[in-house]
Design a protein around this ligand. Structure first.
Ligand SMILES: [Zn+2]
Length: 209
């Protein structure tokens, strides 16, 4: 059974999407490349040159993580500019966007209108009202470790349509199988069936595994 890890930081992992940061060495398997909101303060020209080059690689299946973060230093206006530029680039090369968003969901929803490609909010662990608003606006949601112990999040996860769902480890160290099993239970299905559905979702994003 395929335990696809939608967003991870494990260089040698073969099943999933490795998050490549600016200027890092390319991993052996699939990856996404983007400029994180925390990196928007300086050397933008150089970073965009890097992004445009590396994202043409066949193994680069998405742009990101990129987005908006309300609790870190870089100016919000600048964060937004850098994010919009990445949306435009993703539109141009027709690759989906993996989103990092902290406390700026209404801005994210406003900016989604600029994207012609799917947007996946990674590491979703917020209130159900925010989750429902994102689903209404056609976002995909990827859940990580917090779904293993946060009961409110589990309650919401049970309602998320399987065709809008991904699972991930991000930087956390745990067995992703556990999260597949729990999610399958919450959705009254089997891990195998869930894994198949997630494969279909990847196909929708034009990600070939
Ligand atoms: Zn991450």
């Amino acid at each position: 059974m395929l335990l696809f890890d939608f967003h991870h930081h494990y260089f040698n992992s073969v099943s999933g999407i490795y998050n490549l940061g600016c200027g890092e060495e390319l991993p052996p398997a699939l990856f996404s490349a983007g400029i994180h909101p925390s990196e928007t303060a300086e050397n933008m020209e150089e970073k965009f040159r890097w992004l445009k080059e590396v994202s043409k690689n066949d193994k680069c299946v998405a742009i990101g993580e990129c987005g908006l973060d309300g609790i870190i230093k870089p100016d919000r206006q600048i964060q937004e500019e850098v994010f919009v530029k990445q949306i435009e680039w993703a539109n141009e090369i027709k690759k989906p966007l993996i989103i990092h968003c902290v406390k700026m969901f209404s801005d994210l929803i406003r900016l989604k209108k600029k994207a012609n490609v799917p947007m996946i909010v990674h590491g979703f662990n917020k209130r159900k009202t925010i989750g429902l608003e994102l689903l209404k606006n056609d976002f995909f949601l990827s859940f990580g470790k917090s779904a293993l112990y946060n009961v409110n999040l589990q309650d919401f996860l049970s309602e998320v349509p399987t065709e809008k769902l991904f699972l991930e480890t991000d930087t956390a160290d745990f067995d992703l199988r556990e999260l597949y099993e729990l999610t399958a239970r919450l959705k009254n299905t089997t891990p195998e069936e869930l894994s198949k559905k997630i494969k279909d979702n990847l196909e929708f994003l034009k990600i070939t595994i």
